[in-house]
Each structure stands twice: as structure tokens, then as C-alpha cells.
Design a protein around this ligand. Sequence first.
Ligand code: SAM
Ligand code: SF4
Length: 326
Amino acid sequence: MRDGTGRIIDYMRISITDRCNLRCRYCMPDGIQSLPRREILTLEEMEAVAACGARLGIRHIKITGGEPLVRKDCCDLVKRIRKIPGIETVTITTNGILLADNLDRLAEAGIDGINISLDTLDPDRYRELTGGGEIGRVLEGLDLAAAAHIPAKINAVSLDLGEQNWKDLLELGRERPVDVRFIEMMPIGCGKNFPSLDHRVLLKQMEACYPGMEKDGRRHGFGPAVYYKIPGFKGSVGFISAIHGKFCSSCNRIRLTAQGYLKTCLCYSAGTDLRKILRADIPDPAEKERRLEAAMEEAVRNKPQAHCFERPEEITEEENMIRIGG
Ligand code: SAM
Ligand code: SF4
């Protein structure tokens, strides 16, 4: 499927819940209300949107949240979406707390990759940043994923926590074949209160500490990360630089919120309410599919050309990341 500017849209993130077992301060601090369950799409409704996306050219799906693994039917959904004709990869992004408990089921469901969000390796700082998370469980999940040969990546938002913090994270990729990716904090929801490190500066600091860092041109996934190799490391280091490395001209993605709203850009509220169609009284299933497809195609045609994070007054997205899924 192509948008109005000719970009190929083949990647969809599906947020399957707005609930979470952590309280990351920049995403879902204490006090944020969860939606009533009836507002959240059912497994069948999400599968229907994924199937519709696949007919229109979506090839890669990322399951996200809230925390996707707090939803009991998460692994079933992965399994069902993995079987949809046209879908080539299904991956998940998780805080990792419930990963060890779910790894076998995810593997059995055919998961193609796991992104684990981890902003620090310091157990006290982790507890503080996440509102009580125990890092040991996350690291256990990471090691089990590696042992099961499921490709795993670490995602860390680039908070200004000092040089030792990013070095500790980078070192995860020395002996393990995991990519460690740094993500510039976006001024969305509570993220507005946490200034991001500038990745141009971060890269210079890393190059000074790790001589011989070189651009890694191999394909690592389907997103906008730019990768580097560090001599002697099994994994690569990646940068997702939404603010200081605008990558909108190659954007390939759309997002489905847990309430069934199809978002076409992180920065804007632009999109379309698919839940309205999913729950409309349309007796003919083929007619419902046609309407879903038409709504998705129209939203994609009108996908904004670029984000405006550098002009925060123009951001129209008012939701927190917990409702969008990153
Ligand atoms: N709970 C899962 C997790 O933590 O991976 C999935 C949902 S979480 C919203 C997805 C990703 O969004 C996490 O890596 C999180 O750090 C990131 N995130 C949250 N708020 C952000 C912001 N304002 N800017 C950039 N990334 C953000
Ligand atoms: Fe939960 Fe992920 Fe948001 Fe942290 S970043 S509060 S783990 S959804």
C-alpha cells in the first residue's frame, strides 16, 4: 500500500492493551487511568484488522502495548497473526518482566523477534524509573530468548543518565548477539518532561570510548534505526533518532491503538476509527471487510508527510505512549 506521497506502507504496530505491570515515569506514571475493557479490541477484532492490513500490503507486524504480555491471549494472537497469508514477520516489544514465563509459548506461536525495553542496568535506578520493576527478571528473559535463538534487541530511551549508563547497556552486546538501540525521547505525553540526549552527541562520545566503530549497512529489521559495529562485539549498536535524524521520508508504518484507532503518524491525531466499523451492525462479512479496507486505504493516503517534533506547538497527539504503543 502506498501513501499519498508514494511511501510504501508495509509495517503495522498493534497495541493490544493500555495496561502495564510497570510505571515508567515518561510513559505511564502513577495516576494514569486505564480504559474500560469493552473499549479495547478483542483478539478477533485485532486479527480482522491484521488480515485486512495483509490484504492491503502489510507484511510486518509488531505487537506492543501497554505491556502486551499482561494480556493473557497475547501468545494466541501472535499465533493467529503469524498464520495470516501475506504476513512475513510478527515481533513483539515488551518490558521483559513476564518474558521468561511466556518465552516457550511465544516461540511455539512462531514469534520472529523480541524487543526488550531497558533503559538502565542499575537495579536501583531501574526500580525507580519503572515504578518498582525488578531487573533480574528482564535479564533472565533476555538470556532465555538468546538461548532459544530468538533474535532479541534491547531498546533504551536516551535519557540523560550519564556515560556509565549507556556503556553498561552497550556492553550487553559484547558477548551476546543482541543489538542495543538507543531511542531519542519524543515529546509525546509524559515524555515531554524528559529531555532526550542528542544522538549526534551520543555517537561522538561512543566513538571516543570505542575506537573503530563503523557504520553497519546490513539490514537489521524494518524500522528507521541506523546501526554501527563495535570491534569485538557480537551485537550492533543502533540509533533511532526521531528528533535529530528525521527519517520521515522513508517511514513505512501505521499504528493500531488498543481502542482500534488507526494512527498514521506518531505526532498527530490523524487516522481513522476502525472499531466503529468492526462493531457496526453489518451482517455481510464481505461488506465489513470492504469498509475496513476502504477506511485503512483512505487513512494511509492522508498520512502526514513528516512529524513536527521540532515544533512542539504543532503536535496534535495528546495521548500518552501507553495508549499508542511506541
Ligand atoms: N511495554 C512495552 C515496552 O516497554 O516495550 C511496549 C510498549 S512501550 C510504550 C514501547 C516503547 O516506547 C518502549 O521502548 C518505551 O521506552 C518507548 N517510549 C515510551 N514513551 C516514549 C517517548 N516519549 N519517546 C520515545 N519512546 C518512548
Ligand atoms: Fe509500561 Fe512499556 Fe510504558 Fe514502561 S514503557 S510504562 S513498560 S508500556
